[in-house]
Design a protein around this ligand. Structure first.
Ligand SMILES: [Zn+2]
Length: 311
């Protein structure tokens, strides 16, 4: 039995069901909520988050991993309200995204790891809500500060048995450097998922990471440069090559964001009218058409995310 922390409390990993491995609800930046709250569409994020995730729940989505960290303006009360209102389990993250606080830039990873551990074992911002996963991000390369948070994440992951999910710039093969650092820290790569990997269609890069023992997050749909159909063809190739039990799917969607221009926000429903259901409505049917079986799909959507915690 493996217990996974969700925003509404602990759950057995067997209860997670159909899981989207890398999503968001509300995206912002550190400190804005405390300082300039009127800049953040908090109420909209709750209402629209409940609407979109209740719709997703009605079409079979049971669990979402919200990989928003402190530097992405993580607001666990928003996530809690959305989980309650929609009936979808949401796992929240500790760790650090690309906006590594200047205060961490020269810190020792040994000083940062206990902060992540506290969010896993005690709770986030005195809410008692515990993180279930550690998020780290590196783009466009692994900078000095980026390496500090990777090493801190590794130490917190080892200390608590919590899995680590990364953000990469896949076209710069960032996953390879992340894996090197995790290996150097002694992390079992079976507890690491290299995210945004489907921004690359380079089979050598992808299978190289898989062969070293990491999970891959094919977690951008419909995505930009590489079309969603090409992403699905690469996914099918990986399944045919025997890697179907090591992949997780998701959208990297968000309901509300203060990180995009009004124009970009307005254009989003044109490229993804299905929000958290794009995979269910488009990718999985295409996968079946290509020749995948329901058991391949059950691995991607149910068994693999569960195994990420159980492994
Ligand atoms: Zn993301």
């Amino acid at each position: 039995m493996t217990i996974v922390n969700t925003v509404l409390g602990p759950k057995d990993s067997s209860e997670l069901g159909f899981t989207l491995s890398h999503e968001h609800i509300l995206l912002s930046s550190a400190g804005i909520q405390d300082t300039f709250p009127e800049f953040i569409p908090r109420e909209f994020a709750i209402e629209e988050g409940i609407r979109q995730l209740a719709e997703a729940k009605a079409e079979g989505v049971d669990t979402v991993i919200d990989l928003s960290t402190m530097d992405l303006g993580r607001d666990v009360r928003v996530i809690e309200a959305v989980a309650k209102g929609s009936g979808v389990n949401v796992v929240v993250a500790t760790g650090t995204w690309r906006d590594v606080p200047r205060s961490f830039a020269e810190a020792d990873p040994e000083e940062i790891a206990p902060l992540y551990i506290r969010e896993i074992e005690v709770g986030i911002q005195e809410t008692g809500i515990k993180a279930g996963v550690i998020k780290v991000a590196n783009e466009p390369e692994v900078s000095t500060a980026g390496e500090i948070i990777l090493r801190a994440a590794a130490k917190a992951g080892i200390a608590t048995g919590t899995p680590i999910y990364t953000h990469t710039l896949a076209t710069n093969r960032i996953g390879e450097r992340q894996v090197e650092i995790f290996e150097d820290e002694g992390v079992d790569l079976n507890r690491v998922c290299i995210g945004h990997s489907n921004d690359s269609a380079d089979m050598g890069y992808l299978t190289g990471l898989l062969d070293r023992g990491a999970w891959l997050g094919l977690d951008r749909y419909p995505g930009r440069e590489v079309t969603w159909q090409e992403r699905t063809e690469v996914l099918w190739k990986l399944i045919q090559a025997g890697y179907g039990k090591r992949l997780m799917l998701s959208h990297d969607w968000s309901v509300a964001s203060t990180m995009m221009s009004k124009e970009r926000l307005a254009a989003r429903p044109l490229t993804n009218p299905d929000n958290y259901l794009f995979i269910t409505r488009n990718v999985l049917p295409m996968l079946l058409e290509l020749g995948a079986s329901q058991s391949h799909i059950d691995d991607l959507m149910i068994n693999n995310p569960r195994g990420f915690w159980e492994s």
